[in-house]
Design a protein around this ligand. Sequence first.
Ligand code: TMP
Ligand code: ASP
Length: 236
Amino acid sequence: MKKLEQLYEGKAKKVYATDDPNVVLVDYKDDATAGDGAKKGTIRGKGVVNNKVTNSLMRMLEEKGIPTHYVEEISDRETYVKKVEIVPLEVIIRNVAAGSFTKRLGVPEGTVLKCPTLEFSYKNDDLHDPLINHYHALALGLATQEEIDIISDYAFKVNEILSQYLAQFNIRLIDFKLEFGRLADGTIVLADEISPDTCRFWDATTGAHLDKDLFRRDLGGEEDAYKEVFRRLLGE
Ligand code: TMP
Ligand code: ASP
């Protein structure tokens, strides 16, 4: 396969066409944003960590029965993935209260939830990705009921598999965001990334943040935290 013209540049990744119409190339950047781009910066080495961590988690999930867009890692920052139409929903699963959940509902950070929760945000930067429910998603035509059922089922399964998987590396999965896509035939697959940018990872012993909250909250140490996740998961 060959890398062709750039199709799209997002906040953390660039997407290129390839000579296969069903495959695109994703190129992970070190650029970091928070608050819808209000805060901008760089986390050195982030692109490499997010590319390799995402790919290793996607391969693991695929083996456990979750269909993903993953095709092949081709360099430290570049990966071939199946071309999808992204369903414009951010699917957020939470096990422990943190971030916007604590602010919206007045629950102290770190509170273990009685059961995992799922929420949808409408992927729309102009509107700042507003929280919506599944009736809104249906009413706006963002997804069908059947797609929402499949997506919710996959998201909870990913939570179980990933929580268990990360525990062996002494990482606690607090919450995370997934995105799904439709293949040309309409099949729903897990897409985008699963990385310290899109998950809250806490050290299971100390509770230390091993994720983008260090950058979002100006706590510092984000480069080392990303490297630490890489080291634990990929042993390098
Ligand atoms: P939140 O608590 O800010 O709503 O974030 C929930 C999870 O979603 C957290 O693991 C970080 C992730 N996330 C993204 O991946 N992208 C985003 O734009 C936001 C706001 C959160
Ligand atoms: N996606 C958000 C932004 O682009 C960052 C985040 O909080 O993860 O600003």
